[in-house]
Design a protein around this ligand. Structure first.
Ligand code: PXP
Length: 241
């Protein structure tokens, strides 16, 4: 199972002073030294954290696969094609949201998503769609031509009672099962941290975890390398069970 570390919130801290530090590219290098198998950044329409220059620098510096999260807009499709990351994850984007709040509403955007997937594939870029743990959304995803889906684990992460946690995990399991049945590669992410990661990491058909806020929060206290190493240890342990 791969761990791709999202360094957006290193850029959030930089943007708090509109300065030059901390540098998300430096954080990404340290994440790789700590064992990250990939690096993720989200270039948002409002450039609230990661900016075009970060994308450019990371594309040239990072030795592990770079995953670019973005909305399926014409502007972003052109940026992705020019930058040529290993993978693009298409996400819904709203200006007012604090973070990506839900998965894509795939069925209502079939045409746009299918177009985006085809353009990105034409440039040799692998594509993943960020979706809610819903078998219907996963079926619709297949029709867009996507290679992968990333199952949104936010509801699971926010579940506040053991029975809600169980219920949300069941939804994730059903969604993973549907994706595997359809031949899609399955990733998972959002809201995962050192306390809740293991139940998701233990799902054998999940190929990759995409984690940002939890790791960056710990990195502020213990350093990025150490924070990534600790997360990798938990994931490795969970895979052995
Ligand atoms: N996956 C996707 C598609 C996301 O948009 C995000 C947040 O940028 C994450 C994973 C990581 O979420 P978190 O920062 O809560 O770990």
């Amino acid at each position: 199972m791969i761990l791709s570390v999202n360094v957006d919130h290193v850029a959030t801290l930089r943007q708090a002073r509109l300065g030059r530090e901390p540098d998300p590219a430096a954080a990404a290098v340290l994440a790789v030294l700590g064992g990250a198998d990939g690096v993720t950044i989200h270039l948002r329409e409002d450039r609230r954290h990661i900016n075009d220059s970060d994308l450019d620098v990371m594309r040239r510096m990072i030795t592990v696969p770079l995953n670019l999260e973005m909305a399926a807009t014409d502007e972003m499709i052109e940026k992705a094609i020019a930058a040529a990351p290993a993978m693009v994850t298409l996400v819904p984007e709203k200006r007012q949201e604090l973070t990506t709040e839900g998965g894509l509403d795939v069925s209502s955007q079939m045409e746009r998503l299918t177009y985006a997937v085809a353009r990105l594939h034409g440039a040799g870029i692998e594509v993943s769609l960020f979706v809610n743990p819903s078998p219907e959304d996963i079926e619709h995803s297949l029709s867009t031509g996507t290679d992968r889906v990333e199952i949104h684990t936010g509801q699971y992460a926010n579940a506040s009672t053991p029975s809600m946690v169980k219920q949300e995990l069941q939804k994730i399991l059903a969604a993973v099962g549907k994706a595997v049945e359809l031949g899609l590669t399955v990733n998972a992410g959002h809201g995962l941290n050192y306390h809740n990661v293991q139940a998701v990491a233990a799902i054998k058909s999940v190929s990759g975890l995409y984690i940002g806020h939890g790791i960056v929060s710990r990195a502020v206290l213990v350093g990025m390398e150490q924070a990534v190493r600790q997360m990798k240890q938990l994931i490795t342990q969970a895979r052995l069970t």
